[in-house]
Ligand binder design. Sequence first.
Ligand code: ADP
Length: 282
Amino acid sequence: MPIEIKRLCHTYLAGTAGEKAALKDIELNIEKGEFFGIIGHTGSGKSTLLQHMGGIMPPEAGTVIVDGYDFADKKQRIEGRKKVGLVFQYPEYQLFEETVAKDIAFGPKNMKLEQEEIDRRVRRAMELVGLDWERFAEKSPFELSGGEKRRAAIAGIIAMEPGYLILDEPMAGLDPAGRRAILDMLSGIRRETGCAVIMVSHSMDDIAAYSDRVAVMQDGSIIRTGTPAEIFGGEIDLEAMGLELPAASYLGNLLRSKGMDVPEIYTIDGMAEYLLGRRQGA
Ligand code: ADP
């Protein structure tokens, strides 16, 4: 069953001078197993939306239903949010146990699972994020590199076996190789477990290359949902919304401005393939 959001509104500091309508009539369905990207300028409401999907904020108006659990009802929200794994920005700041294995076991332990099942989940989660059990299980999280810490933090969420993995800027602060490694890891987790990945990112290149569908937020509304081709194919003026273009779209525009006849291509891989083919054809 999917995530179904209907007419969801949220206003911060209602009735005060600082009142802010952060979500306005949000309509959104996310299917099981999708890689779903969310883009939008800072302050457009992305984090507020993620917190509603994760069951941290109850809907004050409208509905949020996850796998049939209606989040307007407190009991259902507490049950339903077990289906959702929320990874905040810089999740490694929340590592705190003596060892990596204990840290990853924290969530499953709280779920009151049998020790054997906890151990199975810790091993599986470490495998999924690419941390070798022999090498890392007994290490202190603080001995790990930045990228490894982030993997360990994500493993702690994966170990709860969510149907939906929701991440706010999971590549923030990493270099290009680190970004790619985290994205490939997320793709692998999705493939191996079948969980949906819902990701907020400012990197249009990453969103364009990895998402099945993308939602564009502006000032508390979702102004468009579509495939990367529909979102990045030139129909929407992302720059006018203060968003970057994918690097390949930007390059395409530059080449067209020099008189070159280049189709709308929005991924680096696609652009490289096109330009190589063109050179070989010339
Ligand atoms: P984004 O994740 O796209 O940057 P947010 O969901 O964080 O957007 O914020 C949406 C709007 O709500 C912004 O105008 C922000 O300033 C405001 N906002 C977010 N959190 C709070 C809060 N706790 N109190 C008051 N206003 C908030």
